[in-house]
Design a protein around this ligand. Structure first.
Ligand SMILES: [Zn+2]
Length: 398
């Protein structure tokens, strides 16, 4: 069942009176192409469509049908039901026409500001990922797509755009070819892992280091130690997260999700490598960065081959949070051996207080994240602390 925004019938009728064409769109949501409401919508869009394309999304697959109209409208049908409608306000490669928004939502056009939309659609709105604003309206959601400071389309959907991917991303050339499907419709796990790793190597996707590494996914799943294992990779073009999910006792799946929704999916702590890795993997873990301790929101202590490193968080103004990574020097090591956890909290405070992003700070030159191997250090620390971050705590199944 799709989550929709419900209000009482009086409000629905009042809205219908104010926005007759928008009402036509909302009435068509979740309907089949044979339904009267959907046929009415297609008439209003100037149907029949100038092009119809179909694709499978994810595994088990959702069958998506995309109908494009000369007027600039597009209708998306998922498994036989209308899931979203795009009103393109500028011509696209497929539609030379463009929608006159004022005919669909009285009181606004493609030059309108947020206040005008609030007057037209109601004062409530929220962000729907990618900085897009979304208005809940009776029977669905209205999302505004802004590119280069220009309103280019309005997307009307049954599902809250925070929870589902933008329909215009379905044909993303970088990621829509994944997964590889098995004959039963589910993902061919090994082939899909390989496809994801290839796309990461090609720079099309970015592997999310706070989930199970793709390289470990199969072995960890086969160990049976976790109720489910999951790897995630994010498309660098469209921003969707591809979530390859392997439950211990159920069929695997590959789902596309908005980044924010994907990062909140549940995951147990990943068991120690010694319990499931082969000799090579265990050796790599022994030689790699290892979590030792942390103070929530402030610092992580990791170590490699007996050398402790402190990842200390700082704020450079109200909008910039980052961290530095320093190898503990002799004095810092002595303090740590003497005072333990408290010595690291004091050191993290000294680092944050010394504006470590400035040239004057003694910690800037020591910051390993700024060195030639900065990315390798970040990846190694992210992997080491993946079970201990704030978001990992939020993901714990409750
Ligand atoms: Zn993509």
């Amino acid at each position: 069942m799709l989550p929709v925004c419900l209000r009482d019938d009086n409000e629905r009728m009042a809205s219908s009176h104010r926005h007759p064409r928008l009402r036509t769109v909302l009435d068509a949501l979740a309907g089949s192409e044979q339904d009267r409401a959907v046929r009415e919508l297609i008439d209003v869009l100037g149907g029949p469509p100038v092009s119809v394309s179909e694709r499978l999304i994810g595994a088990p697959p959702v069958r998506s049908k995309r109908l494009r109209f000369a007027s600039g409208g597009e209708v998306f049908v998922h498994d036989g039901r209308v899931s979203a409608v795009i009103l393109n306000l500028v011509p696209t490669p497929f539609c030379t026409g463009a929608i006159d928004l004022s005919e669909w939502i009285p009181g606004v056009d493609d030059e309108s500001d947020l206040d005008a939309f609030k007057r037209a659609l109601g004062p409530r709105w929220h962000f729907a990922g990618g900085g897009m604003r979304c208005f809940p309206v009776p029977g669905g959601y209205v999302r505004l797509t802004v590119r280069r400071s220009r309103l280019v389309s309005v997307v009307v959907s049954a599902e809250d755009p925070k929870l589902g991917c933008a329909p215009e991303d379905e044909d993303c050339e970088a990621c829509s070819g994944i997964p590889v499907r098995a004959p039963d419709g589910g993902p061919d796990v090994d082939a899909s892992i390989e496809a994801l790793r290839s796309a990461v190597s090609a720079g099309l996707l970015r592997e999310e280091t706070s989930w199970v590494p793709l390289a470990d996914l199969r072995r960890l799943h086969d160990s049976g130690l976790m109720a489910w294992t999951e790897s995630q990779a994010v498309c660098r073009s469209c921003g969707r997260a591809l979530c390859l999910h392997l439950p211990r006792d159920a069929q695997p799946s590959l789902e596309y999700l908005p980044y924010d929704a994907a990062m909140r999916r549940p995951l147990e702590p990943i068991p120690p490598v010694a319990l499931w890795g082969d000799a090579e993997r265990i050796a790599a873990e022994r030689d790699g960065m290892r979590y030792v301790d942390h103070e929530p929101g402030r610092w992580f202590l990791v170590e490699r081959r007996g050398e402790p490193h402190l990842d200390a968080r700082y704020s450079a103004g109200p909008y910039v949070d980052d961290s530095v990574l320093v190898r503990l020097d002799e004095a810092e090591l002595s303090a740590y051996r003497r005072d333990g956890h408290d010595a690291l909290t004091a050191l993290a405070e000294r680092i944050a207080g010394a504006s470590p992003w400035t040239d004057e700070s003694p910690y800037r030159a020591r910051d390993l994240y700024r060195g030639a191997d900065g990315k390798a250090y970040r990846d190694a620390v992210s992997a080491a602390i993946r079970n201990h971050t704030w978001i990992a705590e939020q993901r714990r199944p409750r």
